[in-house]
Design a protein around this ligand. Sequence first.
Ligand SMILES: [Zn+2]
Ligand SMILES: [Zn+2]
Length: 374
Amino acid sequence: MYFKLNHAEQELKSVFECWVSGTRSYCVSQLSGGGGTGRGNQDYLKAQQLFLERLAMAGMKILKVALVSGRNETPPYDDSRELDLTRLPNQDDVRAFRIAVNRLAKNVGRDASKPGGSRTKKLLYEVRWPGDAKLLEGHVLKALNFVVAEPSQDDLKYKALGDYLEAQDDEVVVLPIHRIAGLVGGLPKSARSAQFWANAQNHHWSRRKQWLLRGFEAFWESKESQVRFIRAEQPTDDPTLLSARIEYEREQIRAKKGRRTPPSGSRKPRKVRSVVYRYERSASIVAWVLEQARGSCEGCLNVGPFIDDKREHYLEVHHIRTLAEGGPDTVDNAAALCPACHRELHYGLERDVQRTRLLNQIERLVDHPCRTQE
Ligand SMILES: [Zn+2]
Ligand SMILES: [Zn+2]
């Protein structure tokens, strides 16, 4: 459950999450409003102060303060993220305690290589009721004057839409505005506009991320009063997935007969670390095959299509039985090919015909058996 603090009849812009940990302690973590600048940040500190004041007034004792990353993270936390309470002033001096907590938190788990503290830190307080009494959630909420967070918090409100989209298999999901309103519990008047459903990340990100992060783009269709969610391209580093998607995208473009505007792409593609298994190849085999080809493709017999940066007619060496199929890295399994012939042997519709043709055409080649490894 998410909660906000009520203060002078007003909810502060900071969401707390609370749960009972074990039987006698209670966990409260302050989720949002931190980081950033401006009003949100002001509310975060104000909420933190109020929360600590109310804890002290109710006589609740703070057992632990830790930095957590995920929601609902439960103890034990690793030592590096638990603040050393012995270094903090007594919690009854709320202001001093709060300042000390934040100062300490700033430096915990800090990556020395990066300037500044992390902005995504969340503080979790493990608290205990006075006299070790068994905790009842109602007591805690009342003592702290917590109110159940209204679903007006965009993050929580629009999650239902995101979850719905994620569960769909279709590439296009069309939802009438009243359906969406039903899903998220009411929409503002402004929802009947293209602006509301714009796919920009800057404003109202908490709403937009519900479809953008799940791989959809939204399009408001005013005539029908509906929103068309189209599965947008999620960049991938998986070549098989990528080639499947390219095929799908091309079908889409053809089906719409060029009505599509050019895709926006990405100005800064993400870099991912990946593990690739490569076969070791012998330089002497490549060199020998290239040398005896003397600049001409052993497939089409044409001279290599351009002069490369080594001042050679450019050719590539292909394994007739691929190494992945258990083929050997030997001259009787390798041919020098121009890029066109080479690509055809990998991706051509007639690649098997071309392979047989090569085996017949080049005397030294042997048709090695396929031994696909598991
Ligand atoms: Zn060729
Ligand atoms: Zn090849």
